[in-house]
Design a protein around this ligand. Sequence first.
Ligand SMILES: *Cc1c(COP(=O)(O)O)cnc(C)c1O
Length: 250
Amino acid sequence: MTAALDPEARRADLTTNLVQVQGRIEAACMKAGRGPQDVRLIVVTKYFPSSDIEVLCELGVTDIGESRDQEASAKMASLPPEVRARLQVHFIGQLQSNKAGSVAAYADTVHSIDRVKLVIALDRAATAAGREVGALVQVSLEAGASAGAPARSVALRGGIPLDGVGEIANRVAAAQHLRLLGLMAVAPQGVDPAAAFATLASAARDLRADHPGATWVSAGMSADLESAVANGATHLRVGSAILGSRPLLG
Ligand SMILES: *Cc1c(COP(=O)(O)O)cnc(C)c1O
């Protein structure tokens, strides 16, 4: 019998894991000389049922991340209204322009803006939904990536190479119903995440020079959150360390 079938065991697991991750964040902040309130935890609930989101909400979690529109929209619709009302929903996955309308209806922020076409589609969708959506430009930190010659992995994982960030950021800033919040990145596999996050921090400083309100640095996942905190991340996206391992496909 798995924990998911036993609500009490599942609640106990989520509680333990959440406390452990909060402890890791506090320790990392202490080490970096940062206040724990400078770093926000986004719990990534993709592949896990809305019952887990309800438990997390009761445990004080206010920010959740989802990466697949169909799954996320169904889960948001199934939550009790009082739970839903307390949540900030972050869309962190690769997003197709034709899903922008759906995502704009429930997401408070989209972390994965990496092309002008998506800026246009999301702004139009936010306008139609009568709301403002927070937008982060996703940066690809893969070695050798450049806007002219994107690495293959860029196409697979999303993100705009560093030399393309400024243009997308300007388009987001000019959009009527999007608010430019900052940058997001996933550390490339097989390299020291600290180097990647330091590069991201430097790009975030450059961005703030042009757009002072764009203060978010969304970086750090279960395996590398300490490194992200040490390098100035303001938002961590943590899934498996809290929810457990995900199914390989789904
Ligand atoms: C799934 C996902 C995460 C969470 O990853 P974990 O390793 O499970 O913490 C963070 N960011 C993005 C973009 C993701 O897709």
